[in-house]
Design a protein around this ligand. Structure first.
Ligand code: AHR
Length: 803
């Protein structure tokens, strides 16, 4: 029997490449009496930021959208006039007013202003909603607050306030629903039947929140997070920490205190954040779910490249970070600890990890080393016990922890499951602070969940090095236009929420981990690799670039008639992504998106050459010509003027993730110049010709298939209980013999959960539990038994020792 062996520190995974003698598909042998490593107690956690309406229109319970009238300078967006004879106008009151922006209604009587919420206002039966608003005006009669259907036909709850005057005044009221069905196509209305004016600022409507916090979170989402058994929360981002510009960073001092006084800010994901969920709310969120914060501090770099040089310029930001740590951890005798007490939380929060910035490998100013050092020295001097996390490699200091990020296809996650088996133990510890198998939108498919589970077994087996992991992004509001990111863990609308298959993987793993990892030896019969003949249609595309294409012709090596697709109309073309139109007989892409794509042709085509003319009109890069197109996530592409127009190369895209095959060339692209392009896909070779010159060449190969099975085993030292995780990503059930060596006397029955489904299966608002773990029992365990693991399945088994 031939074996390939990867030694993994204290344990080994063995893959057989030839058939085993037994009838099984393989075996798992766990050394229960020889624990390999301690599992980090902070291993499973969460990463969060304002993206996809994660807070406003998500976790943060506020129901009024644009509550402070700052979402647009010109329009009272999400507010509308109701009734007759009224007028509304937006006012900017200036910095000397506590509420900088207001909406004024002028009415002859019988008018109101309605807010449509975050894709509706959720109504639940027998529920109290707390309304708060600031107002002044000349109306003498009562002001009515109501929650009603969007067309105003049915009112679910109502309250009245009185006493409007010429000065701003705070009003509160409670609106209670009765015995009604849950619904979301509703609005919140402030109306009057008296003539005069009413100016409104900061209009808030809070439903019941988790732990009844006054400025709190949505209970269903908090409960779902609790199901993940998280030990930490990485906050507040992500890109949200950095902002597009330094001005738009997460400026924590502007996010504390009375929510009505917080100005909010533009977030990098294309909308304004109310900052209702500010620093204290993040910390209370941690407290509510018994997580510790992993506090990421702004480190002088913003997403669009603005940066602060290390030295005196950076000092204020370093001081801000020290203040922030003091706000979280200082007792009430400290300046910022006292401020936290004033904000309602005298007790300091625990803190172990502080992260300096986010993804600073993007920083082209190459100042991260110096910036990190300045933060590191100042924080370590004042808080020597804190662990400091770096987001990019640095030389001048040794960070305690490095934050690694991975967004890849499920197959790539599976292939790289052993990534940390090969990483030296002499460097910093690792925090895999953002990662996901990106398949499925807005939430992942079962296939992505399998990729996640395979990847997680590798992280868990290496949890001496990988001290923390967190999937990202966490949340998505599934309404059209709400999301900016493709694949996200938990989906919701105004009323209900659901966990994706990947959510259940996180939950199964997070709830079932021992304190020590056990060596697990896996032997699997690997099917022989089948020869692959590549085939597919053709495509054109761009990456953050506007380009046009014309005179497209496909010629075939076997002499079949040429294929000449239309470029004077989009007839026959399939648009996968991008803004495509026809201009002067050319197909023009005018958007600035990544991975735009237009395809045409027969997926069975082999051995052909695509000839075309291409011209760049604007943007960052050049052209993309695709062959072997099976679908938008699986094809080969010739990327001409890629990587910010620094080089050209042939790429293989499988399951949405691309890698370069063959040598790169230095060819770049000029704007407003027509080029002759030819891409030949023939006899196992791909060749790209630019103006008749061969500039790229690659040999067609498929990536090696992922292994079919992945395992991790751990033990609860106090009870001797053994936990085995088995991931079968293959399309057939796998019968595996399992040996729990040195386990002692095990109970006859084991228990556990299995998650299974078709690779494309997803959960949704309509079908929230299509893919969900099912409890299972394993009879007659002993220390040797055989179990069949379903195709496309994630299984967690627990075996107790007899007492
Ligand atoms: O998780 C989404 C984004 O991906 C994060 O904001 C950023 O850190 C990463 O690039």
């Amino acid at each position: 029997m031939g074996l390939s062996l990867f030694r993994l520190g204290a344990f080994a995974v063995v893959l057989s490449i030839f058939a085993l003698a037994s009838a099984q598909d393989g075996s798992i042998s766990v050394q229960v009496d020889r624990p390999a490593i301690k599992i980090s107690p902070t291993f499973y956690g969460l990463m969060t930021e304002e993206i996809n309406h994660a807070y406003d229109g998500g976790l943060y319970a506020e129901l009024i959208r644009n509550r402070a009238f700052r979402d647009s300078k010109t329009e009272p967006v999400h507010w509308s006039l109701t009734g007759s004879g009224g007028q509304i106008s937006l006012e900017h009151l200036g910095a000397d007013s506590p509420w900088t922006d207001a909406l004024t209604l002028t009415t002859q009587g019988q008018a109101g202003v309605a807010n449509d919420g975050f894709w509706g206002i959720p109504v639940k039966p027998h529920t109290a909603y707390k309304a708060t608003f600031y107002a002044k005006g000349s109306i003498t009669g009562p002001v009515t607050l109501s929650i009603e259907t969007a067309d105003g036909a049915t009112t679910y709850a109502k309250a009245e306030v009185q006493g409007l005057g010429s000065e701003w005044k705070k009003f509160t009221a409670t609106l209670r629903t009765g015995d009604t069905a849950a619904s979301k196509n509703n609005r919140f209305l402030i109306s009057t039947s008296s003539p005069g004016t009413i100016s409104l600022s900061y209009v808030s409507l809070m439903p019941p929140t988790f732990h009844r916090r006054a400025n709190g979170n949505r209970p269903d989402l908090m409960e779902e997070l609790g199901e993940l058994n998280p030990s930490f929360l990485r906050l507040p981002g992500g890109n949200y920490l950095e902002g597009n510009t330094i001005e738009e960073r997460f400026n924590w001092k502007a996010t504390i205190g009375d929510p009505a006084m917080r100005l909010g800010h533009q977030c990098p994901w294309g909308y304004r954040s109310s900052d209702g969920l500010g620093l204290l709310e993040y910390l209370e969120w941690c407290e509510d779910l018994k997580m510790q914060p992993v506090l990421a501090v702004f480190a002088g770099y913003a997403l669009r490249g603005e940066h602060v040089n290390p030295g005196p310029d950076l000092e204020p930001y370093v001081q801000d970070a020290l203040d922030e740590i003091e706000y979280a951890t200082g007792d009430t005798s400290t300046k910022w600890g006292a401020e936290r007490a004033k904000n309602g939380h005298p007790k300091p929060f625990p803190l172990t990890y502080v992260e300096i910035g986010n993804e600073d490998w993007f920083d082209r100013s190459r100042t991260y080393d110096g910036r990190f050092a300045q933060f590191y020295d100042a924080i370590k001097a004042k808080y020597p016990g804190l662990q400091i996390i770096a987001t990019a490699p640095i030389q001048s200091r040794k960070p305690d922890v490095m934050d690694d990020h991975y967004y890849r296809s499920a197959a790539d996650m599976e292939r790289d499951s052993g990534h940390y088996d090969r990483i030296s133990r002499s460097g910093p510890k690792i925090f895999v602070g953002e990662w996901a198998s990106i398949e499925g939108s807005p939430t992942p498919t079962m296939d992505a969940a399998l990729g996640d589970a395979a990847w997680l077994t590798g992280l868990e087996r290496n949890s001496d090095l990988v001290v923390m992991e967190s999937y990202a992004p966490l949340f998505v509001n599934v309404n059209p236009g709400a999301a900016q990111w493709g694949t996200n863990l938990i989906g919701y609308d105004a009323l209900t929420s659901y966990g994706s298959p990947s959510f259940y993987v996180q939950s199964m793993f997070g709830k079932n981990t021992g304190d020590v990892e056990l060596p697990a030896k896996l032997e699997i019969v690997k099917p022989p690799a089948e020869p692959v003949v590549l085939h597919g249609a053709i495509g054109i595309g761009t990456w953050r670039t506007q380009s046009e294409y014309k005179e497209i012709r496909v010629t075939f090596a076997d002499g079949s008639p040429d294929f000449v697709p239309s470029t004077s109309s989009l007839d026959g073309w399939t648009r996968a992504r991008g803004q495509w139109s026809v201009v002067d007989g050319a197909l023009r892409q005018t958007g600035n998106g990544t991975g735009t794509l237009l395809t045409i042709g027969d997926p069975k085509w082999t051995n052909y050459t695509i000839h075309l003319k291409a011209r760049k009109i604007g943007g960052a890069e050049g052209f993309m010509v695709m062959g072997h197109v099976l679908d938008p996530r699986n094809h080969w592409q010739w990327n001409v003027g890629g990587w910010d127009d620094s080089q050209s190369a042939i790429q293989r895209t499988e399951g949405g993730s691309s890698d370069i095959v063959g040598p790169e060339s230095r060819a770049t692209v000029e704007t407003n110049r027509w080029y002759d392009l030819a891409l030949e896909v023939k006899d196992g070779k791909i060749r790209g010709y630019l103006d008749g010159k061969l500039i790229n060449e690659a040999t067609e190969t498929s990536r090696p298939p992922a292994d079919p099975v992945y395992v991790a085993a751990s033990k609860v030292s106090s009870s001797g209980e053994v936990i085995l995780k088995v991931v079968n990503v293959s399309e057939k059930p796998m019968s595996l013999s399992i040996a729990l060596n040195g386990a002692g006397d095990l109970e006859d029955q084991g228990s556990g959960w299995v998650l299974t489904g078709q690779p494309g299966d997803v959960n949704s608002i309509e079908q929230p539990e299509k893919v969900k773990p099912k409890p299972i029992h394993v009879d007659h365990v002993g220390s040797n038994f055989t179990r069949s693991f379903d195709a496309h399945s994630v299984t967690v088994l627990r075996f107790k020792t007899k007492r």
